[in-house]
Write a protein that binds this ligand. Structure first.
Ligand code: HEM
Length: 182
């Protein structure tokens, strides 16, 4: 049996003048802004970064076994050479979200159709979810996506569909940072 769970991976996103990704656009959807940098990278920075956001991969919280099977069958890995575009979308959820019990949060997540909606965009959009609430960071999640530049319109459609869901009413800070690998 494969449980599909690897050891937690900690990732620090450094924004500044260096890094493998160039910032092409940064849009604050809700909540406080972040300074706009020229580049973002995950390697050790030489100069002091403009900002650093750190998160870690973790076990699943809202995914059933059959959903995980469908996700694993369709998900693409990060780092595909043709996937030259990325989006880093830091997200914070509200006190009302965190005040709910696990079953209440799962119910909102499920009613919102997050997984079925997302499944429709695999394997073109590759993704990795980083958690950071427990680190005392200014966000709860650092979401990361990689795709071919030609798929940016599809990615925007995906975001539009998610942003009208019940789940998104609990998001009180969201910044959409688009990047290109150069
Ligand atoms: C969580 C799938 C796109 C933001 C999840 C989870 C799944 C998933 C399965 C639950 C993980 C768990 O069980 O803990 C997908 C798929 C996508 C997609 C297949 C298609 C590419 C997006 C997009 C965003 C997003 C575009 C918005 C930026 C999040 C956040 C969580 C999450 C913030 C954590 C929710 C929480 O723990 O409260 N996603 N997702 N996802 N996703 Fe997506």
């Amino acid at each position: 049996v494969s449980y599909g769970v690897s050891a937690p991976l900690t990732v620090a996103f450094h924004a500044g003048s260096q890094g493998e990704w160039r910032v092409v656009r940064q849009t604050t959807r809700i909540g406080g802004e972040l300074p706009v940098a020229a580049r973002i990278g995950t390697g050790s920075p030489v100069d002091t970064p403009l900002w650093t956001l750190t998160g870690f991969t973790s076990n699943l919280r809202y995914t059933t076994a059959s959903e995980r099977q469908r996700l694993d069958a369709r998900s693409a890995p990060l780092g595909r050479s043709e996937a030259r575009m990325a989006a880093l979308i830091p997200i914070r959820k509200s006190a009302a979200w965190w005040a709910m019990a696990q079953d209440e949060r799962r119910a909102v997540y499920e009613r919102s159709g997050h997984t079925p909606i997302g499944l429709g965009y695999l394997p073109g959009i590759a993704r990795r979810l980083h958690h950071c609430r427990d680190l005392g960071e200014p966000f709860d999640f650092l979401t990361w996506f990689e795709f071919e530049p030609e798929l940016e319109g599809e990615f925007d459609d995906l975001l539009a569909r998610l942003r009208i869901t019940e789940e998104w009413r609990y998001i009180d800070r969201e910044i959409d940072i688009r990047l290109i690998r150069t």
